[in-house]
Design a binder for this molecule. Structure first.
Ligand SMILES: Cc1cc2nc3c(=O)[nH]c(=O)nc-3n(C[C@H](O)[C@H](O)[C@H](O)COP(=O)(O)OP(=O)(O)OC[C@H]3O[C@@H](n4cnc5c(N)ncnc54)[C@H](O)[C@@H]3O)c2cc1C
Length: 392
């Protein structure tokens, strides 16, 4: 097993439940914690139950009675009640990525984990896979044989590159960037667990409010030149991309970014593969089918992938090929569906044009009215602004 993320740990639990003895190698020197906001959908929550980790999973959905409203801010700086990420059908559970990983970590107690270790060569034989492993720091290398290798090493998977081919064959480029990080403090004048959405043509700022934790922020924008985005200072780059959005929320988020020591800054892609396994090597999670953040289904599908792998291996205990065939046949329709809808969801996260921005606003306004759900009232928004003086 390569990778100690949600996909790797889910698959490790799945394999162990099917009677295997997984070993996880992880490039990082230690287990990471924290991370960004993740919405966990019903299929993910069910998979957490199937994997036996649901009781360890800490969720952070804000309570509406103590703040926890979602607001959008329009071009004139007016704050309005809005439908937030958590108002989607399926009512996702609000967690940090680290909450899911912490729950899975409890579920893999007893599994051997080798930190600071990376596979550098993988050679498949008829009955086993030989892996050349390298220790970070010393550079020492050693060979070891495994019955199966599971690549759960993320969107830019090294296992995929070594066994299936170069990134260009599988990574589709979405001409978009993200920057996600934890805010130290909520945006002034908002309740601690409020969520704030500012979407403009080609750029957007999201603040995700949580019940018992400072919010997390997501900056996302569209660009035709991905390579250029990785040059120079990230903070300067983001300040320049979001210049002209002179709103107190945007200012607070950018100032917070400047002070934070940890953030994720990356381009957006989807991984499309005709098949997720080759002989005794199988890919799971972002390595195999990264749907990207706009789908909101990466963590959910990674949990589900591990639970489904367990079921397939239990059903075909003596036939790995049959087990992997059954696993992929069962999972692929779910993945394909969500890979497709991610394009539409991207318009909700960051509209492609002024027209799309207006359409999004009308559409979500209608949905809010039809659902009759008024997380807060217009008057609440005006009152809050009057108090904070953010109205312009
Ligand atoms: C900003 C953002 C928001 C998101 N929001 C949501 C959401 O709302 N809902 C949702 O379901 N999903 C969401 N996702 C997606 C979700 O976080 C991922 O799909 C999920 O975490 C599964 O990741 P993974 O385990 O496949 O890969 P990763 O999390 O990338 O883990 C890969 C692991 O492999 C290790 N590794 C990498 N290379 C090597 C190597 N060569 N050798 C050894 N180890 C290696 C890495 O260190 C890491 O620990 C979001 C993603 C982002 C970026």
């Amino acid at each position: 097993m390569v990778g100690l993320g949600i996909a790797g740990m889910s698959a490790a639990i799945g394999l162990r439940r099917a009677g295997w003895t997984p070993v996880i190698v992880e490039r990082a020197p230690e287990r990471r914690t924290g991370g960004y906001f993740v919405g966990l959908f019903p299929e993910g929550r069910q998979a957490a139950v199937d994997l036996g980790i649901a009781d360890h999973l800490h969720t952070r959905n804000p309570q509406r009675r103590s703040g926890g409203n979602s607001w959008s801010v329009d071009r004139r700086g007016r704050r309005r009640p809005a439908l937030g990420f958590l108002d989607q059908p399926g009512e996702p559970a609000a967690v940090l990525r680290g909450d899911v990983e912490a729950a899975l970590w409890q579920g893999i107690t007893g599994v051997e984990v080798r930190f600071g270790t990376t596979p550098v060569a993988i050679t498949e034989g008829p009955a086993e896979v030989q892996v050349l492993l390298e220790k970070a720091g010393t550079g020492a290398q050693y060979r070891e044989s495994f019955d199966v290798v599971v690549g759960a090493d993320g969107m830019r998977s090294g296992v995929r590159r070594m066994v299936f081919g170069p990134d260009e064959d599988y990574l589709t480029t979405w001409n978009a960037m993200i920057c996600a990080f934890q805010l130290k403090e909520q945006v002034p004048s908002y309740e601690a667990s409020d969520s704030i959405i500012i979407t403009r043509a080609k750029r957007a700022v999201w603040v995700f409010g949580l019940a018992d934790h400072a919010p997390t922020a997501l900056l996302t924008y569209r660009t035709a030149d991905i390579q250029e985005q990785f040059s120079g200072s990230r903070v300067q780059r983001l300040r320049s991309v979001f210049s002209g959005m002179d709103d107190p929320v945007v200012r607070h988020v950018l100032d917070s970014l400047e002070k934070t020591s940890e953030h994720l800054f990356d381009s957006v892609h989807q991984v499309r593969m005709p098949r997720w396994s080759k002989g005794r090597v199988v890919l799971v999670g972002d390595a195999a089918w990264c749907m990207n953040l706009y789908s909101g289904m990466g963590a959910t599908s990674s949990l589900r992938g591990g639970a489904a792998l367990s079921a397939a291996l239990l059903e075909h205990p003596d036939d790995l090929t049959a087990a992997l065939d059954a696993w992929e046949a069962g999972l692929r329709p779910f993945i394909t569906k969500h890979q497709r809808t991610a394009r539409l969801k991207q318009q909700m996260f960051v509209p492609s044009s002024r027209r799309a921005e207006a359409l999004r606003s009308v559409l979500l306004g209608l949905v809010r009215r039809v659902r009759g759900r008024r997380p807060a009232t217009e008057a609440d928004g005006q009152r809050a602004q009057a108090v904070s003086g953010t109205s312009r």
